[in-house]
Design a protein around this ligand. Structure first.
Ligand SMILES: NC(=O)c1ccc[n+]([C@@H]2O[C@H](COP(=O)([O-])OP(=O)(O)OC[C@H]3O[C@@H](n4cnc5c(N)ncnc54)[C@H](O)[C@@H]3O)[C@@H](O)[C@H]2O)c1
Length: 302
């Protein structure tokens, strides 16, 4: 079977392309290079802006991994129409292509942010959704589009509500931000929020295994899975891991956006109950702090 990876030049998409290429699969990465820039020379690469209903040339019966989006929560609060186009319009176009090509399956990357300030941690798929950012709201709309196409056109599809993913080649998120800032100046580290925000972090290899588990074992109808490690850590602990790995002791300066949050739309505490995907055989190998430590090692090598 051949595979399409939208957002294939991005952080998660690029790692999935590497994985598929290493398994000698036929893979086409599609990306407009607005966010990512990674191209695996052994994969086919198509530069395409999926906001326009373009011909993706999806081979008949291929599996589609739809990852193209703008993943910045903060940016979605100031630039909602651009986000809507990248997160929602792209999804309609990808699902139309999946329908025309009788795709074998679609795996969509959604986000833990759809739960907003969850009343229950760890949060399960049956807990209420309550987005507090445009990004999360648009991901919910995209889930709904995928569910519609799946139910009405018989396309097997799964949405994965991912916790934070960290690892090599990431150019966004807290680990990237701290390493970049501390490379620039080792005296102080600006921490967005009051440092007590606590969230779950997953290493990229665990995320790729979850994506492949969903692709190979999803039920015939539409399904949705939480995917995350089994614990969470605070932003201050992440700062300490980064500073420790760099062998420095910066002074922490907190920039509180309000009620301890880092920015508009920031969810303060997040941890997912991933027992549904665990039933398919997936387990995270790394805890949140192990994932962050490995991601810092990766970033310091780059
Ligand atoms: N990284 C995380 O922690 C995380 C957590 C939850 C969900 N997600 C989701 O996983 C997916 C991948 O995230 P990522 O961290 O790899 O982000 P990323 O920005 O590295 O990758 C997204 C890619 O999509 C591409 N893209 C954007 N708009 C496009 C368009 N109109 N046409 C074609 N390509 C387009 C970008 O150029 C980029 O390469 C996203 O959908 C994101 O929302 C990521």
């Amino acid at each position: 079977m051949s595979y399409i990876v939208t957002g294939g030049a991005g952080f998660i998409g690029g790692h999935l392309v590497d994985y598929l290429v290493s398994r000698r699969s036929d893979v086409i990465a599609i990306d407009d290079l607005s966010g990512g820039s990674y191209i695996n020379s052994k994969s086919k690469f198509v530069k395409l802006d999926l906001r326009r209903p373009a011909n993706m040339n999806t081979p008949k019966g291929s599996g589609i991994f739809h990852f193209a989006a703008n993943p910045s929560v903060r940016d979605s609060m100031t630039n909602p129409t651009e986000h809507f186009d990248r997160d929602v319009k792209t999804t309609v176009n990808v699902m139309e292509s999946a329908r025309k090509a009788d795709s074998e399956f679609v795996v969509f990357l959604s986000t833990s942010a759809v739960y907003g300030e969850a009343k229950r941690l760890p949060t399960s798929e049956s807990d209420p959704v309550n987005p507090i950012s445009n990004y999360a709201e648009f991901k919910l709309l995209a889930e709904s589009i995928i569910c519609f196409y799946s139910r009405n056109y018989g396309i097997k599809a799964a949405s994965l509500r991912l916790a934070n993913v960290v690892g090599g080649r990431s150019d966004h998120g807290v680990v990237y931000d701290f390493v970049k800032k501390l490379r620039h100046s080792q005296e102080t580290l600006e921490i967005l929020g009051d440092g007590s925000q606590s969230k779950s972090y997953m290493y990229i290899d665990d995320a790729i295994r979850a994506i492949m588990t969903a692709a190979s074992k999803m039920p015939d109808s539409y399904s949705m899975f939480n995917v995350g490690s089994t614990d969470r850590i605070s932003v201050k602990e992440i700062a300490q891991i980064v500073a420790g790995k760099m062998g420095i002791s910066p002074k922490y300066i907190y920039k509180d956006w309000g009620r301890g949050r880092g920015w508009s739309g920031d969810v303060k505490h997040m941890q997912l109950d991933a027992s549904r995907i665990r039933k398919l055989g997936w387990r995270p190998k790394f805890s949140s702090s192990q994932a962050v430590s490995k991601a810092v090692d990766d970033a310091l090598r780059e």
